[in-house]
Design a protein around this ligand. Structure first.
Ligand SMILES: [Zn+2]
Ligand SMILES: [Zn+2]
Length: 336
């Protein structure tokens, strides 16, 4: 990536220069969270790029609840229907394929491409990653990117949106409560991250702003697509099975895998040499979630398209394969 583009990205993440507040200015001494702090809570939130508008935060909670609850209701229905309508081998294959490409949409698309710009891609690939990322039903692209950039900026300190150790400016003491907050509750009780502050580039780009504005229709197409495949391969019953399993259950499974990186991935596993936060390299999570579980390495090298060890990073291997056949270029990687 050119130096110019990197500077643009840094601008997009940090906002304008005079808005910028160095993290150590607003991260207080551990023994006294408000030690030496003279700004009001609202001023601190604003400086960290946290929305103060309650209506926006409320709308965000509703969006999260529907994105989580809708597919979950379909998953429960799929399980209840098991005695009368069990998945066929075809259903399981469609489920596996959709789960894999959707995991790529989240891990390679939302995370490594849209948030960290770890490689360059032509418009057709950006479009595919935008569709597949939105199919993950983890919120519109701009919001995902904004939350994740805030997570990196404040990793495991005050104002990290989903740390197991902090809820905005309050410390979380209990391990179980911290896990629940990082895994799920932050999306229900947490405040919305300012997209203007952290995801200006996403909002300014016509394609990503389109996907952000048309979140629900693109997400719905991700539930309809397996049903259409089911209809083609096996008729009406298979269409229903594929909708429930490869549509709804696939989204619910991917939710759990992605959230596990935020929760387990900041609690259990080893830290890479030189780590400065609580992110962990967790091999089980890496295998389950296309390399995203190599999370301590990722926090150490956020712009890397490929995590180490490479053998556990399926997402990184896909990016390298796409580079080999000249589909993507300028892949950022580090020797160690
Ligand atoms: Zn993290
Ligand atoms: Zn990241």
């Amino acid at each position: 990536m050119s130096q110019l583009k990197r500077n643009e990205l840094e601008q997009a993440v940090d906002g304008s220069a005079n808005e910028r507040v160095a993290p150590d200015e607003i991260i207080p001494q551990p023994e006294n969270p408000f030690h030496g702090e003279t700004r009001t809570r609202d001023e601190l939130f604003r400086s960290a790029g946290i929305e103060l508008d309650e209506a926006l935060t409320e709308a965000n909670r509703r969006l999260n609840l529907i994105s989580i609850g809708g597919p979950l209701a379909g998953t429960v229905a799929a399980i209840l229907l098991l005695p009368v309508l069990a998945p066929t081998p075809g259903t399981l294959i469609v489920f596996g394929l959709f789960l894999f490409v959707n995991a790529l949409g989240a891990g390679v698309g939302l995370h490594r491409y849209f948030t960290h710009r770890s490689f360059e891609a032509p418009p057709a690939v950006v479009c595919a990653l935008g569709v597949l990322g939105t199919w993950a039903m983890q919120g519109p692209i701009a919001r995902w990117v904004a939350d994740h950039r805030r997570h990196h900026r404040f990793s495991d300190s005050r104002f990290d949106p989903h740390s197991p150790y902090w809820n905005d400016d309050a410390r979380i003491e209990g391990r179980v409560r911290g896990w629940a907050h990082a895994h799920l509750l932050w999306m229900i009780v947490g405040r919305r991250t300012s997209e203007q502050r952290y995801a200006k580039d996403i909002l300014a780009n016509p394609m990503t702003s389109f996907f952000t504005r048309h979140y629900w229709s693109v997400a719905a197409s991700g539930l309809a697509a397996p049903a259409i495949v089911g209809l083609i391969i096996g008729g009406a019953d298979e269409a229903l099975l594929c909708f429930l399993w490869a549509g709804c259950a696939r989204v619910s499974v991917l939710h759990q895998l992605t959230w596990s990186v935020n929760s387990f991935g900041h609690m259990f596993g080893s830290k890479a040499a030189g780590a400065t936060d609580e992110a962990r390299d967790n091999r089980i999570l890496a295998i389950l979630m296309i390399g995203e579980g190599l999370h301590s390495y990722h926090h150490l090298h956020p712009n890397a398209a490929v995590n180490r060890p490479i053998s556990l990073d399926i997402g990184g291997l896909v990016i390298l394969a796409l580079e080999k056949i000249n589909v993507v270029k300028n892949v950022t990687r580090y020797e160690r």
